[in-house]
Ligand binder design. Structure first.
Ligand code: EPU
Length: 342
């Protein structure tokens, strides 16, 4: 365990926002957690958990301790002729796990290639991309419950939903993920139905892709649409795609025939937040040191010197325009840390 005082978090959040926390406590092994939590509590400050910092917006200094999860390690257990259980520490970089799986011919994670962040954060918001969600390959996880100690969760107890889990709900602030186990396949049925993925495969003339080819194509689609946080600060999609009643969607379609949405269960449509934002004129707009990415309206960016409050102010302006024009509330997908200024 390592302790740093008054630590600048700029390099630890993909928005590249310079804010300080009182203490940063680096966790290398799960056994260190009970003491780290005790220490953080003893300091008398609140504390929070940080993985890759790829889904966080700090709007001010964090007056507390941050548990920075660095638990390493990937292990494999064969469970059937065509199935393996792969277990990874919370601190493993997500894309390193994807590469490990792809290199070993284990299918299931390839559509999730190049998502920023760490393994420990992946179940919290049930990460998803190109037609696959974490829950499709999730087996179980282990972590530390602040009141009940170490415990395991199977898939059902995680209550996964669209960018949602029990760890964002009832267990928010009470549970720290230390490792995640995935059920992967050596004879996978590849999921190729997502429009942008199909198009990219067709453009390359690939009809029966391998696991590695899917990962490669997904990576290149991501690179072409989403900014690389190491050059432009961002946290991927800033808002969730809003789920609205089908009736409301059909009514809006009358006035806005090109509005984009996908069925999301009985009577529910998941509207494209990117479309809503773009159609309100925000795509590629620069507002002081902030803006939206020119190639994807759902991605808010830091052009270099933005504070978290600058980005939050932009997010609120976007929310207001979408609400006024369409009567739809965009909810942040990113975790906003600090007081929320209105
Ligand atoms: N679109 C626009 N304007 C834009 C971009 C997109 O109108 O500037 C419309 C297009 O019609 C496009 C549709 O939105 O076909 C969907 O766009 P995209 O395929 O990029 O997906 P998304 O719904 O915007 C979601 C996830 C992404 C994930 C992609 C691919 C959420 C909030 N975001 O974005 O996840 O990579 O699908 O599966 O669900 C993230 O969570 O940070 C993230 C990047």
């Amino acid at each position: 365990m390592q302790l740093h005082k008054d630590f600048d978090l700029r390099a630890l959040n993909t928005f590249g926002i310079s804010v300080k926390c009182k203490y940063l406590i680096e966790i290398q092994e799960e056994d260190e957690l009970p003491r780290a939590v005790e220490m953080a509590t003893h300091f008398g400050y609140p504390f929070m958990v940080l993985g890759g910092g790829s889904n966080m917006l700090f709007t001010e200094d964090y007056e507390g301790s941050i548990l920075y999860m660095r638990i390493p390690g990937i292990s494999v257990e064969a469970v059937a002729d065509d199935e393996v259980l792969v277990t990874a520490g919370a601190g493993v970089v997500w894309n390193d796990l994807v590469n490990f799986a792809v290199e070993n011919g284990y299918g299931g994670l390839e559509n999730l290639a190049l998502i920023p962040g760490t393994v420990g954060a992946s179940p919290i918001q049930n990460i998803g991309a190109y037609g696959v969600e974490l829950q499709d390959v999730f087996e179980s996880l282990r972590g530390y419950h602040l009141e009940q100690g170490f415990m395991d969760f199977d898939k059902k107890s995680c209550h996964f939903g669209y960018r949602q889990s029990v760890f964002k709900g009832a267990l928010k602030g009470k549970f720290i993920v230390t490792q995640v186990r995935f059920r992967l396949s050596t004879k996978p049925v590849l999921k190729l139905h997502y429009g942008a993925l199909q198009e990219a495969l067709a453009q390359r003339g690939i009809q029966k892709p391998s696991i590695a080819q899917v990962a490669e194509v997904v990576s290149s689609v991501r690179v072409s649409k989403l900014p690389d946080p190491s050059s432009i600060g961002n946290a991927g999609s800033f808002f969730k795609n809003p789920e609205i009643p089908e009736e409301q969607f059909q009514r809006l379609k009358i006035d806005y025939p090109d509005m984009v949405g996908y069925p999301a269960g009985e009577g529910i449509v998941k509207a494209s937040a990117a479309w809503l934002i773009e159609s309100c004129g925000w795509k590629g707009k620069v507002v002081g040191p902030t803006g939206t990415y020119a190639k994807h309206a759902l991605v808010l960016v830091n052009h270099g010197s933005a504070t978290g409050s600058d980005i939050w102010a932009l997010a609120q302006s976007i929310q207001r325009s979408v609400q006024e024009r369409y009567g739809v509330l965009l909810e942040p997908e990113v975790n906003i840390i600090g007081q929320i200024h209105s």
